[in-house]
Design a protein around this ligand. Structure first.
Ligand code: SF4
Length: 391
């Protein structure tokens, strides 16, 4: 596979870089991400492996043009100590050309985000923090397996502002086991008190191999009803709108100029490099994933090889599917003209019948040359997206 990349040293369309830090000091009860307990892991060697992976991308010509976004995710990037963070940022600066108006995000757990780490991140160029807050209800936090407190969130935001961060986002969750509407309203109220420019809010999804999944199979989860979850989503959208936090994606809200440019790369179906254990990327029309277990990720890199688990050259029909089910996540939807320009076929020609049926069900609408989910459609988004699979 590496040969293929080497042979294809043509210009890439890569716009962003995702870097996966798979370490966590605690494991949350709902989480199915690729992560491991921090303790006893080869963290420094892993950072060196990330450096080697970036060096390979550079060598193969995929890092020739300045990138517009970088995103440190996980796991938890803030599980790294200040020296490890410095080392990581050093590798990124060594290999990654950056656009002048770069958006550089780091995910962060409030309790781990010390002022010293924030100073390292900020001095290294990180200009956006995405904090995993989830809820302001202490009991629910505990049930989720989170270790931070509300005080941690207050301290972290205060210190982040002192350090110089202005672009701060909270991740929130709703539809949590046993969560009431009053608790959700209170979390929203407390979150808004921080006067942040961006929020992401996700409904809980119970994934296999999680503590919550085990509880569910034993009938002990106390899951919320679908109706309550839908009411919570409705409440979320109304409250955000009232505060000028414009919904620009199913789960994302921001003030003008504060949309997550990195996540928009995914929803715009554009190309990005994913580096790190278990990371996914999309480069030169090929979607790939890296090996997830640390040894399987680090071993090939020690030999100068890419740690690939899978590669898939995306054929045209799949590109069109992805354009639709990623693009329809955005409130702005999919531009009819852009689709035509990108694929040489009109949306009407490829998806005419499906679009007509979904407009009939009031799930989709066409406005100003764009096709988008209606407010009603946002509640049944996944059902609508499935219709766009060209089997
Ligand atoms: S949710 Fe985040 S912090 Fe919690 S276990 Fe998963 S990756 Fe780690």
């Amino acid at each position: 596979m590496r040969l293929l990349f080497l042979l294809e040293r043509r210009n890439t369309m890569v716009k962003g870089l995702y870097i996966h830090i798979p370490f966590c000091h605690q494991i949350c009860h709902y989480c199915d991400f690729n992560k491991v307990f921090f303790k006893d892991q080869p963290v420094d060697a892993y950072i060196d492996s990330l450096g080697k992976e970036l060096a390979l991308w550079k060598q193969e010509g995929a890092l020739d043009k300045p990138l517009e976004t970088i995103f440190l995710g996980g796991g938890t990037p803030t599980s790294l100590d200040p020296d490890q963070l410095k080392k990581l940022l050093g590798y990124i600066h060594e290999y990654v050309p950056m656009a002048e108006k770069l958006e550089w995000t780091s995910e962060a757990n409030p309790d781990e985000l010390t002022k010293e780490k924030m100073e390292v991140l900020f001095a290294g160029g990180v200009n956006r923090l995405s904090m995993g807050v989830q809820t302001f209800d202490a009991d629910l936090l505990q049930r989720l397996g989170r270790t931070h407190s509300n005080q941690d969130v207050h301290r972290a935001v205060k210190e982040a502002r002192e350090v110089g961060f202005t672009n701060i986002s909270f991740d929130l969750m709703y539809g949590l086991p046993g969560q009431t509407m009053a608790q959700w309203e209170d979390t929203l109220k407390q979150a808004f008190a921080f006067d942040l420019p961006h929020f992401s809010a996700y409904s809980l999804i119970i994934e296999p191999k999680t503590v919550f999944y085990n509880l569910m199979t034993k009938g002990k989860l106390n899951a919320v009803t679908e109706d309550l979850e839908a009411d919570m989503y409705e409440k979320l959208m109304a409250e955000m709108e009232q505060r000028g936090l414009k919904q620009y994606e199913i789960s994302n809200f921001g003030r003008p100029g504060f949309q997550s440019r990195h996540n928009l790369i995914y929803w715009d179906n554009e190309e990005y490099i994913g580096a790190g254990a278990g990371a996914h990327g999309y480069v030169r029309g090929i979607r790939y994933s890296n090996a997830g277990p640390l040894k399987k990720y680090m071993g090939p890199l020690d030999e100068g090889n890419r740690p690939l688990l899978s590669t898939h050259e995306v054929p045209m029909n799949e590109q069109m599917e992805e354009e639709m089910f990623l693009g329809l996540r955005k409130t702005a939807g999919v531009s009819l003209a852009h689709f035509q320009e990108k694929f040489g076929r009109s949306l009407e020609e490829v998806y005419g019948e499906i679009i007509a049926a979904e407009i009939g069900k009031k799930n989709l609408a066409i406005e100003e040359g764009r096709i988008k989910l209606t407010k009603h459609g946002r509640f049944v988004g996944n059902e609508v997206f499935e219709k766009f699979l060209l089997a």
